[in-house]
Design a binder for this molecule. Structure first.
Ligand SMILES: [Fe+2]
Length: 292
């Protein structure tokens, strides 16, 4: 079945990119590309040219969500599949391909009109990723993609249907707690590349609640947690462990209002057919206390 295989990158319009520097560089250790265009910060976290892009704007908004396929056959099959479903998919311009630093790129709108893109063959750099603060290990990316996102949607059933039927994802599990009902979906062994939730906890329909980056060494998460206190970066949730993906993580508030989750040890699903889809009644085993 046609579908995406990874979360590749994210793009944001931001009102004041200078406000992001502490989180991006001092906490997460991302590398700013020296070849970023004027008014834009492209950030690197592994072999890819960049996986995060922040563009100076008059307001904060999610500019695009970039998914990835592995082969030209998958790319063409997905394009045909989306067309067949009546989804208005277009091949991107050379300028957009150059901006995202990918070989091929298609664009379309997802649930709640969110801008989606699917790329083939992101450019890999022959120079090693250079963290902007010391790290013990790498970010967990590669075949698992850059991490995960949690999106809030007005019609969650329609959104889940879109991720399953248009993008070929499979349901990992569900968590229902307080006013939130979340569905988690995977497209590679990472427990989830996207979670779909009803609008809640201040996140409106069509908005990003958070994105997650995963470290391969828990000490990088622990030391980042220390730096959050030292540098007075506001938290949404304290350090804790999730029930479903078993991720140990914490959540920081960003200047745009959404959160960044930074974690370690997320579960992997290597055989979707043998995976039991559970419903959990809470998102946390311990910790993850809401910071008012
Ligand atoms: Fe998360």
């Amino acid at each position: 079945m046609a579908g995406v295989t990874k979360l590749a990158y994210l793009g944001f319009n931001v009102a004041d990119v200078s406000q992001w520097r502490t989180i991006l560089f001092d906490i997460l250790g991302l590398e700013q590309r020296s070849d970023s265009a004027d008014g834009q910060i492209n950030l690197r976290m592994d072999g890819h040219h960049h996986r995060l892009s922040f563009v100076d704007s008059d307001q904060d908004s999610l500019a695009y969500i970039g998914w990835e396929v592995d082969t030209i056959d998958q790319f063409q099959a997905l394009y045909n599949h989306l067309q067949g479903m009546g989804i208005g998919v277009e091949m991107a311009s050379e300028a957009d391909k150059q901006d995202r630093m990918v070989l091929e790129l298609m664009k379309f709108r997802g649930p709640d009109n969110v801008p989606f893109e699917v790329c083939l063959s992101p450019f890999h750099d022959n120079q090693p990723y250079t963290p902007s603060c010391p790290r013990f290990g790498a970010f967990n990316t590669g075949d698992l993609g850059m991490g995960h996102i949690l999106m809030c949607h007005e019609d969650t059933q329609a959104a889940v249907k879109f991720y399953r039927e248009a993008l070929g994802m499979k349901i990992s599990d569900y968590i229902h707690w307080d006013v939130a009902k979340a569905t988690f979906l995977h497209c590679n062994p990472r427990h989830h590349s996207v979670a779909v939730c009803n609008p809640c906890f201040g996140t409106e329909a069509g908005e990003l609640n958070h994105f997650m980056l995963q470290a391969e060494d828990i000490d990088d998460v622990g030391r980042a947690y220390d730096r959050v206190s030292e540098l007075d970066v506001p938290l949404v949730l304290t350090l804790g462990k999730h029930t479903n993906d078993k991720m140990t993580s914490f959540y920081m508030v960003t200047p745009a209002g959404f959160a960044i989750e930074y974690g370690y040890g997320g579960a992997e699903i290597h055989d979707s057919d043998a995976w039991d889809v559970e419903l959990y009644n809470a998102p946390k085993i311990w910790g993850h206390n809401l910071v008012e």
